[in-house]
Design a protein around this ligand. Structure first.
Ligand code: XBP
Ligand code: MG
Length: 251
C-alpha cells in the first residue's frame, strides 16, 4: 500500500513549482532512471574484482535503502557475514571500477532524462528561477549524466551543486540540502526539492524544504506522506512550462 500526500491537482503542483525562488533537484531516479545502470555497474565491478556477488533488481531495491555506493557495498558484505571484511581500500577500488563503468554506460546515451525534466529546467530559467542539485552520488556521476543529456556546459545553469562526498552525512540526513540552502543564501520555504525516494524526502524535509516527489523505478512504493505533491513524472507539470512571465523574485 503506497502511503502518500493528498493528491494535489496539477494546478497546485504547478503553482508550488512556479512560486519557488529556487528548484533543488535530486539526481538518481529524479533527473533520470539511473539506478538500473548503477546496479549493472556494481555487478560489473564485482566480476572484475573476482567476487561472486550479483545484485538482481530485487536485491538492489532492498539495498537502495542504504544511500551511497560505498556504504551500500559494505552493508551487503556485512549482511553476508562473510569473513574477512573488505578493507576500505578494497571498497574504494570496487567503487572506482564501478564508477568508471557507470560513466561508460551513461555515455552510450541509453539513459535519457526523465519526461518533463528538460521542459521544467527551461521553464524555470525563463521565469528567472534559480537551480541547484543536492544528491548522494558523486560529482563525476552528475557530470557524466548531465554532459550527455544537456551538453558539456550544463553546470552553468546550476548555482549550487552539492554531492554526497561534499558533506559529512548522506541522505536521509539533511546535510546536502542544508549546504545547498547555505550556498544559495535562501530560506528553506523559498525552495522546492524535487526527489524520488523516501530517503530524499526525509533529507529535504529535515532541512525544512517542501518536496515534490516523482515516483521512480525502485522507489514507487515508498512512503511519501510528508511530500507536498506526488507525481508519476514531471511532464504532469505541463501547465508550468507555459507560464513564462517573470516571477516577483526573478533576478
Ligand atoms: C542515489 C544514491 C547513490 C547512487 C549510486 O543518489 O544513493 O548512492 O545509488 O551512486 P541520489 P554512488 O538519489 O541522492 O541522487 O555509487 O556514486 O553513490
Ligand atoms: Mg534519488
Amino acid at each position: 500500500m503506497k502511503a502518500e500526500a493528498p493528491v494535489a491537482t496539477r494546478c497546485e503542483a504547478s503553482e508550488l513549482i512556479r512560486r519557488a525562488a529556487a528548484l533543488v533537484f535530486d539526481v538518481d531516479g529524479t533527473l533520470a532512471e539511473t539506478e538500473e545502470l548503477h546496479r549493472q555497474a556494481f555487478n560489473h565491478a564485482f566480476v572484475r574484482h573476482g567476487l561472486d556477488w550479483r545484485w538482481d533488481r530485487a536485491v538492489y531495491k532492498d539495498l537502495l535503502r542504504v544511500t551511497g555506493g560505498k556504504e551500500r557495498m559494505r552493508a551487503y558484505h556485512t549482511r553476508l557475514g562473510a569473513a574477512p571484511p573488505l578493507s576500505d581500500m578494497e571498497i574504494a577500488e570496487l567503487h572506482r571500477i564501478k564508477t568508471v563503468h557507470y560513466a561508460e554506460l551513461i555515455e552510450t546515451g541509453c539513459c535519457p532524462l526523465r519526461p518533463g525534466v528538460v521542459d521544467l529546467l527551461n521553464a524555470a530559467r525563463a521565469r528567472g528561477q534559480r537551480l541547484a542539485i543536492a544528491t548522494t552520488t558523486s560529482h563525476g556521476n552528475i557530470d557524466a549524466l548531465l554532459s550527455q543529456a544537456l551538453g558539456t556546459r550544463w553546470a552553468g545553469d546550476f548555482e549550487a551543486i552539492v554531492a554526497g562526498d561534499d558533506v559529512r552525512r548522506k541522505k536521509p540526513a539533511p546535510d546536502v540540502y542544508i549546504e545547498t540552502l547555505a550556498r544559495l543564501k535562501l530560506g528553506a520555504s523559498d525552495c522546492v526539492a524535487i526527489e524520488d525516494s523516501a530517503n530524499g524526502l526525509v533529507a529535504a524535509s529535515r532541512a525544512g524544504i517542501p518536496v515534490l516527489i516523482t515516483r521512480s523505478m525502485f522507489f514507487g512504493d515508498d512512503d511519501f506522506t510528508a511530500a507536498q505533491v506526488v507525481l508519476d513524472d514531471l511532464s504532469e507539470l505541463g501547465a508550468a512550462k507555459q507560464e513564462t512571465e517573470k516571477q516577483p523574485h526573478a533576478q
